[in-house]
Design a binder for this molecule. Structure first.
Ligand SMILES: Cc1cc2nc3c(=O)[nH]c(=O)nc-3n(C[C@H](O)[C@H](O)[C@H](O)COP(=O)(O)O)c2cc1C
Length: 196
């Protein structure tokens, strides 16, 4: 059994939808117990479900990209992790990250690097997408491809800025989110089995 926590922020619901599909994909792995947490509830080191994060085998970070980095609420959560950092309480947990934004690229890399750096500060084991590039050949259809923006360090999805979360990100991005969740869950299960 492996406990997987997904900590995410979403201002307008789009990243929340991606988080839900990461959860669906992770929960498909046999033995994975997956729980979603709102970063909004974890902005103070002294309040929120920190004990549950301490008990998790993996923590997946999620945030929209705002102005070229993770949203401010996610950054508040990030800073609030200083308490587990002091005791290296998250050392050797699996970590991964995802971001959603309005543009295909949209400087999402900065957000993913921010999350990977956070994981490294905690001594966590970072898992990337493990996916091949999505749209990189004339034979491919940009509207019907997984990992469209070809991120490797973490999951990068796109939600068109004039559409509500019910309509965007599209099916292929949501499936990519499920594949990503599945990969992190499988990596966590392997890691937990190896430690036993
Ligand atoms: C303050 C703000 C800054 C944004 N900055 C970016 C950006 O740097 N790159 C980008 O691609 N989209 C940017 N967007 C668009 C959002 O990333 C996009 O609307 C996303 O779906 C919002 O996710 P959410 O619904 O989970 O809040 C920005 C939106 C807001 C409100």
């Amino acid at each position: 059994m492996a406990k997987i926590a997904i900590v995410y922020h979403s201002g307008y619901g789009h990243t929340a939808k991606v988080a839900e599909h990461v959860r669906i994909g992770a929960a498909r792995a046999e033995g994975a117990e997956v729980t979603l947490y709102k970063a909004d509830d974890l902005t103070s080191p002294d309040a929120g479900p920190w004990d549950e994060l301490a008990a998790a085998d993996a923590i997946i970070f999620g945030a929209p990209t705002y102005m070229g980095s993770a949203s401010a609420v996610f950054k508040q959560f990030q800073d609030a992790t200083s308490k587990p950092w002091f005791s290296h309480a998250w050392k050797d947990k699996i970590a991964a990250g995802f971001t959603n934004s309005g543009n295909l690229y949209g400087d999402k890399s900065t957000t993913l690097l921010q999350m990977a750096t956070l994981a490294a500060q905690h001594g966590m084991i970072w898992v990337g997408t493990g996916m091949m590039p999505g749209y990189n050949a004339s034979t491919k259809d940009i509207n019907a491809v997984h990992n469209r923006a070809s991120f490797t360090i973490g999951l990068g999805t796109q939600s068109l800025t004039d559409k509500p979360a019910e309509e965007t990100p599209d099916r292929f991005d949501l499936e990519t989110a499920e594949m990503f969740g599945g990969r992190v869950a499988e990596a966590t299960l392997r890691w937990v089995r190896g430690k036993a």
